[in-house]
Design a protein around this ligand. Structure first.
Ligand code: SF4
Ligand code: SF4
Length: 439
């Protein structure tokens, strides 16, 4: 009647027991050896309910009902989540311009970067389009501004936001916004406008490296670099901030020093979230880069943040999110400066990937359908980290033929969990016994 979950990951073992992480439920549990043996044998146990820890193991998802097909649950949930419209929340990623004030070498928009910005007419149509999506069930509207560099259009963003916020208030819809920016233009004055008038609650700034590499890799000046650092410090007073560090073999050497400068010298510990993002496919990301990133760079960097800089370990435990990419959906979510729709943010600015328009509706193009039809590969059904990996980015698989380096992904998951445990004082012998808990 019952079985041990296929998502029980045996993180490690020690004299006293086994540490198990369930990649679906997120439960992290230290089991003594007797309970662990009970878990492994639960399928053949005639009276499992009588075990003292049965109810708790069931509640934590380490034990499941035998008829439950756990892999199909993950695969179907992913399919359903991406195909169903959310009825209570509208979310848009809007790029009011393709232009940018920097010239990052890795930018996937570099081939399409042009001085195209939203005209007054398109801003008007954008307002009407978003209003047309307010069904009676909608309770929240969230817009993330991106680009190009969205803050080049900050005046129009502010005008639009004031009007939209006022309309939302009238119809009792909660309005919030975010900005994805390189941070150069994010002055104290502009930050005030974004916060007070544009309802911006979150800002993501892409920083990437120390000053020398910053100038070389982004076509920027040293003054730009220090301006961004000052802007980060000021912006952190008003809203939540994420610092994205795009990483390849070339600039990884800068990351620890940059993080130390932000968290310690600039006293931003507890005020900003920092994460590394791999840049694939550039000349500076050599062969085997993703393997190095997953198995060495990211775990090492996180270890440094948590153990040396006092950064919170709370975000280390990986979480099941149901769907790999919330932007892949039948409803338009990404809007470009001409009012055009895209299915994926990597398509932004590429006219061959446009899927519709705010005034003309969806075109139901083959590329929209192709991306929506990318499901989790059936080969992933046996994988114990499927709830965390979900087969990887659908666009990467469809368009670049990239597949996930499964063994490295798994090591990455295990290393993060161990880092979390070590930080929280779980004393385990870290040299033994990783693997699936079924034996
Ligand atoms: S690149 Fe992948 S994760 Fe990013 S928006 Fe496109 S489909 Fe989603
Ligand atoms: S791509 Fe690999 S690691 Fe990811 S879910 Fe599939 S088998 Fe697992």
């Amino acid at each position: 009647m019952y079985a041990s979950s296929i998502y029980n990951l045996r993180v490690n073992e020690a004299r006293d027991g086994v540490l198990v992480f369930n990649t679906f439920s997120g439960a992290l549990v230290m089991l003594d050896w007797d309970t662990y043996q009970f878990l492994l044998g639960v399928e053949n146990n005639q009276n499992p309910e009588s075990h003292e820890h049965f109810s708790e193991l069931l509640r934590q998802g380490l034990i499941v009902r035998r008829e439950l097909n756990e892999a199909n649950r993950v695969i179907l949930t992913e399919k359903r989540t991406k195909m169903l419209s959310r009825r209570d929340t509208l979310k848009f990623l809007v790029g009011p311009t393709l232009a940018c004030n920097l010239d990052c070498q890795y930018c996937y928009q570099s081939e399409v970067r042009r001085n195209i910005a939203m005209s007054e007419g398109v801003w008007e149509d954008l307002f009407s389009y978003i209003c047309s999506r307010f069904e009676p069930t909608v309770k929240r509207l969230h817009i993330d501004w991106f680009g190009g560099e969205p803050l080049l259009e900050h005046e129009r963003i502010a005008r639009f936001s004031v009007r939209m916020a006022s309309h939302c208030k009238e119809i009792d819809v909660e309005y919030s916004a975010g900005v994805i920016t390189n941070g150069v233009l994010l002055s104290q004055r502009l930050m005030g406008v974004l916060h007070n008038q544009c309802m911006v609650k979150h800002i993501q700034i892409t920083l990437d490296c120390l000053v020398d590499n910053y100038c070389r890799l982004k076509g920027a000046t040293a003054e730009d670099f220090y301006t961004v650092l000052d802007n980060i410090e000021q912006a952190s007073q008003l809203c939540s901030l994420t610092i994205r560090l795009n990483t390849d073999d070339d600039n990884y050497g800068d990351m620890k020093e940059l993080a130390r400068h932000l968290l310690v010298d600039r006293r931003l510990r507890g005020k900003v979230r920092i994460y590394l993002a791999p840049i694939e496919g550039t000349d500076s990301a050599g062969e085997g880069f993703m393997k190095r990133f997953l198995t060495q760079m990211e775990p090492e960097f996180l270890g440094y943040l948590v153990n040396q800089l006092g950064y919170s370990a709370d975000g280390l435990l990986p979480q099941y999110k149901g769907v790999y990419c919330g932007l892949v959906s039948p409803d338009p979510a990404i809007i470009g400066p001409s009012g055009e729709f895209y299915q994926c943010e990597h398509h932004f600015g590429d006219s061959s990937k446009v899927t519709g328009h705010i005034s003309r509706g969806l075109y139901y193009t083959p590329n929209q359908l192709d991306l929506l039809n990318v499901d989790i590969p059936l080969a992933c059904s046996d994988c114990d980290i499927l709830p965390l990996c979900l087969g990887g980015c659908p666009r990467d698989r469809l368009e670049d033929g990239l597949s996930v380096d499964c063994s490295s992904r798994r090591q990455n998951v295990l290393k993060k969990i161990r880092l979390y445990c070590a930080h929280n004082g779980w004393s385990l012998d870290w040299n033994h016994g990783e693997g699936r808990s079924q034996g």
